[in-house]
Design a binder for this molecule. Sequence first.
Ligand code: ATP
Ligand code: MG
Ligand code: FE
Length: 360
Amino acid sequence: PLVLGIETSCDETGIGIVRGRTLLSNTIASSMDEHARYGGVVPEVAARAHLEALQPAIDAALAEAGVSLADLDAIAVTSGPGLAGALMVGVGAAKALAVALDKPLYAVNHLVGHIAADILRPIGDSAPETDAAPVEYPTVALLVSGGHTSLLLVRDLTSDVEMLGETMDDAAGEAFDKIARILGLPYPGGPEIDRAAASGDPRAIPFPRGLSRASDMAAHRYDFSFSGLKTAVARWVEQREAAGEEVPVADVAASFREAVVDVLVTKALAACRDHGVPRLLLGGGVIANRRLREVALERAAEAGVAVRIPPLSLCTDNGAMIAALAAELIRSGRPASTLEFGADSTLPVTEIQVAAREAA
Ligand code: ATP
Ligand code: MG
Ligand code: FE
């Protein structure tokens, strides 16, 4: 099916078009620059920016894909989770399009969308590590984004996502953003830390690996905690500054990044081992991290686990992943959503689609 996906959960206005598992276009307009001076996304500013960016983004995505609105088989939209005001803009636009064009509408979960990015066969997008073969089930999925850090057992991306564990405090992306601020790097911090870490020594400072000690692993095998790491980095930097010493930004960034990556990969592979599942899907903005991609590929290979990583352009928020998830739902014969849904800012990852029409 030819599906247009609309994503407006945060500060990216994403319009993606897929034909089944093939990516046709992926247009992203970001209001990031407008938020940078506040050090975080300002909800009202994001919502207004979506309103202005939507129509041009839809036009651009259609042009790039070489299709027209009339050609579409369905419209897909993020219902949640995310910023309520921002989500509402996308939901409103999607409903209007679906009604005006008389096309089925699929309202889907943003977080499952991040994982669905792994299904897409990218065209003209270099992703040598991404396997083009269909996803096999069950599979473990590691979702690491700006607001979430979860380990999932996926029996079927369209119908059965089980939460194995999640962060007990900060999300990994949030930790990247906070540490960047401590180091005087601009927002968003993930890419900045990645860049700064390139010339640093990952073993320079032994920062803590949250919930990874044997005693923690018993009770919190699949849970994450990044607040202790954040505090440890902050304290380490403060002590340097108090002593009048220069802060070795590259080493701190590299050591911090290594601690996050180590925990994420270790726990994801533990979940694969425990469940006898030699497959791992990675999804979410933090998967854009170069070290994380590298370590995940290396250690998964050692463990005999097949890992799938979305191309860089499909890691952070985009509309293609939303369209991809809807295309999978259609392929599985799931009914479209009714118009009886809105923005759900706290939609749990286990709710893959909202307002699904009752099967006849
Ligand atoms: P959620 O998906 O949980 O609702 P979100 O949509 O805001 O949150 P994403 O867009 O998936 O989050 O990811 C954004 C996060 O990814 C930010 O915290 C950002 O710092 C982080 N990020 C982006 N690139 C990198 C990178 N190269 N290394 C580490 N983190 C990164
Ligand atoms: Mg974003
Ligand atoms: Fe996201």
